[in-house]
Design a protein around this ligand. Sequence first.
Ligand code: CDP
Length: 203
Amino acid sequence: MIVTIDGVAASGKSSVSSGVAQALGVPYVSSGLLYRAVTLLGLNAGADLADPSALLPLLSAVRLEPLASGNRVWNADHDLTADLHSTRVDGGVSTVAALPEIREWVDAQLRALPAPLVAEGRDMGTNVFPHAPHKFYLTASPRVRAERRARERPEDIPAIEAALTERDRQDTTQSAPAPDARIIDTGPLTLQGVIDTILNDLR
Ligand code: CDP
């Protein structure tokens, strides 16, 4: 069984997916972390983030560890996870995610993982796991999302809101909800409320 949880930037996908996966006793995978890892390695190497031939050689030892408590990304024996949620990576990741060659690489990493699992991102229900029997799509207003993310970033809420809106715009192509996804507005719900909504639907 595969459950897909897609949605716009900072809609709560990772926390919700982790909670759903733990309740089901299965792993969850965060596809965004892989795009973030490519971005971090590209930035650290001084590579052109729009040039897949500069990025792909950096990825041979990158591996996603889908722990239920929180995914980790490794480059050989170096844990990249703590550096993946910086404003610097936020600013470059949509450029990287627009490259078909990088999307193919991420998709291959995800499809190699054994089911059952909860998969979280933008195109899990449309492109990577189109036959998944359970699909969800999380939304919330830009202001609500910026207020949530302000707990994890140093910038103020208007700056975060502007950056989120710009990333949504750059991610439009891969962010369309699957026609068979249940759309959940997380604005009025608590984290546990979103998790329970999904678990009730699965039952
Ligand atoms: O947590 P947040 O929603 O801010 O971001 P994320 O899920 O970690 O994804 C980071 C970026 O990766 C997104 O802004 C997209 O550019 C890209 N992404 C994507 O294109 N497709 C996915 N399935 C997941 C992420």
